[in-house]
Design a protein around this ligand. Structure first.
Ligand code: NAD
Length: 471
């Protein structure tokens, strides 16, 4: 029986390995992590991450061919294929701080693999890493072991949080990069055999290592660029009376453009887009390509601007002062169907509102009060944020209350900001909400989820991103 071990039981390691275990009953899969609470949660009825369909998959194979363990070294030593899916955040200090990927976790995992290995192994980069990381990993592995053959493959993950299980069951493609040597090709085939259990072979793309590594950064950069492009258009729509939904529909019908990822919003978030673009910017700079670097940097700057624009719109609409006013925040996760708040635009927006002394009542169906408070008071981001999008001070945090119901959040509020596109926000009883609010009652829809016309009929003043403004 082939044995797979995955180092890192996070948003990627957990779901990807659960799906491999489900689809490959002939393979034993062990997911290991040094963070014990996560492993305890993976072994319980309350999985550490919320992802539609994940519970079901885990229940079907946990204890049969899927295991979660903190015994990292033992399971790595026993594995034929070791996936490394550890976090690769942006470096916060030293050379490349604020842009380069911090490969500390990766390097320590690689050194441990070299230390404990007694048999040949395929080591798979599942984490998103800078192009050429495989070269560094190869050096670390070969210089720290004797007589063991390590083949490094790049197999970046393209799942999106919120639809991870669907994406893993039915990926647009699986990408495997490896060395062009006979051993490298043999390793590629071994991994291809795993995915071929359920992915049509024509959808498994095999490339050289550097193409695979760079493709992941490129894919995230293109996706984020599309969001920033439509968000940049949304600002122009508001200034001119055009409607961004109509513009998106019109341009999306062009088959060269396509209709996906054209929804204007308060900005993109999540742990990957910003980090991976910053990483791309750094790689461009290191390779003497400052013009290319500044092209990609602009994608992030537009994203920051979109949050600033949203906060400014809230303040200016509410007669230029929100000091002491109650604002309901509906949604804090970076997108619907996840509890993940990493780099969520809600952080910047809430910090901006708190900076102007608003009182916030925050509701998100999947995010805890502790998480929200931690996020709002976190240290200055690596980005140069405008002064009003700074961490909330301990006093400002006292202006935040987290509630477990949208109606509770809106009770007595002067305005509502919708920051995540949770489906439930489309069908709230807005008449009831209006009745319980201060007047005039404002709705600032940062995701264009509500029927603005209906809300206007009730009496709300509505701002929808990229849409003609109420007079
Ligand atoms: P995560 O932070 O949720 O999980 C990483 C896990 O690795 C943590 O639980 C951590 O404790 C563990 N870890 C770190 N060092 C370890 C070590 N030496 N031994 C054992 N465990 C260790 O991160 P994630 O969201 O799963 O992302 C992992 C990688 O996948 C990142 O490179 C990310 O960029 C990439 N990625 C993420 C997504 C996404 O949607 N989250 C999608 C595609 C790719």
């Amino acid at each position: 029986m082939v044995k797979i071990c995955c180092i890192g039981a996070g948003y990627v390691g957990g779901p990807t390995m659960a799906v491999i275990a489900l689809k490959c009953p002939d393979i034993e899969v062990v997911v290991v992590d040094i963070f014990e609470p996560r492993i305890i949660a993976w072994n319980s009825d309350h999985l550490p991450i919320y992802e539609p369909g994940l519970d079901d998959v885990v229940k079907q194979c946990r204890g049969k061919n899927l295991f979660f363990s903190t015994d990292v070294e033992k399971h790595v030593a026993e594995a034929d294929i070791v996936f490394v899916s550890v976090n690769t955040p942006t470096k916060t200090q030293g050379l490349g701080a604020g842009k380069a990927a911090d490969l500390t976790y990766w390097e320590s995992a690689a050194r441990m693999i070299a230390d404990v290995s007694k048999t040949d192994k395929i080591v798979v980069e599942k984490s998103t890493v800078p192009v050429k990381t495989a070269e560094a990993i190869e050096k670390i592995l070969t210089h720290n072991s004797k007589g063991i053959n390590f083949q490094i493959l790049s197999n970046p993950e393209f799942l999106a949080e919120g639809t991870a299980i669907k994406d893993l069951f039915n990926p647009d493609r699986v990408l495997i990069g490896g060395r062009e040597t006979p051993e490298g090709q043999k390793a590629i085939h071994a991994l291809k055999d795993v995915y071929a259990h359920w992915v049509p072979v024509e959808q498994i793309i095999c490339t050289n290592l550097w193409s695979a590594e760079l493709s992941k950064l490129a894919a995230n950069a293109f996706l984020a660029q599309r969001i920033s492009s439509v968000n940049a258009m949304s600002a122009l729509c508001e200034a001119t009376g055009a409607d961004v939904s109509q513009v998106s529909h019109a341009i999306g019908k062009d088959t060269r453009i396509g209709s996906k990822f054209l929804n204007a919003s308060v900005g993109f978030g999540g742990s990957c887009f910003q980090k991976d673009i910053l990483n791309l910017v750094y790689i461009c700079e290191c390779n003497g390509l400052p013009e290319v670097a500044s092209y990609w940097k602009q994608v992030i700057q537009v994203n920051e601007y979109q949050k600033t624009r949203f906060v400014n719109r809230v303040v200016s609409s509410m007669f230029n002062t929100i000091s002491g006013k109650k604002i309901a925040i509906l949604g804090f996760a970076f997108k619907k169907d996840t509890g993940d708040t990493r780099e969520t635009p809600a952080i910047g927006v809430c910090q901006g509102l708190l900076g102007d002394k608003a009182m916030l009542r925050i509701y998100d169906p999947q995010v805890s009060q502790e998480q929200i408070q931690r996020d709002l008071s976190m240290q200055k981001s690596e980005l140069d944020r405008p002064p009003h999008l700074q961490p909330a001070s301990p006093t400002a945090i006292k202006q935040v209350a987290c509630v477990w119901d949208a109606y509770e959040a809106a009770k007595g509020a002067h305005g509502i900001c919708i920051l995540t596109e949770w489906d439930e926000f489309k069908t709230l009883d807005y008449q009831k909400i209006y009745d319980d609010m201060q007047k005039p009652a404002f709705v600032f829809d940062g995701r264009n989820v509500v029927d603005a016309e209906k809300l206007r009929e009730i009496g709300f003043i509505v701002y929808s991103i990229g849409k003609p403004l109420d007079s």
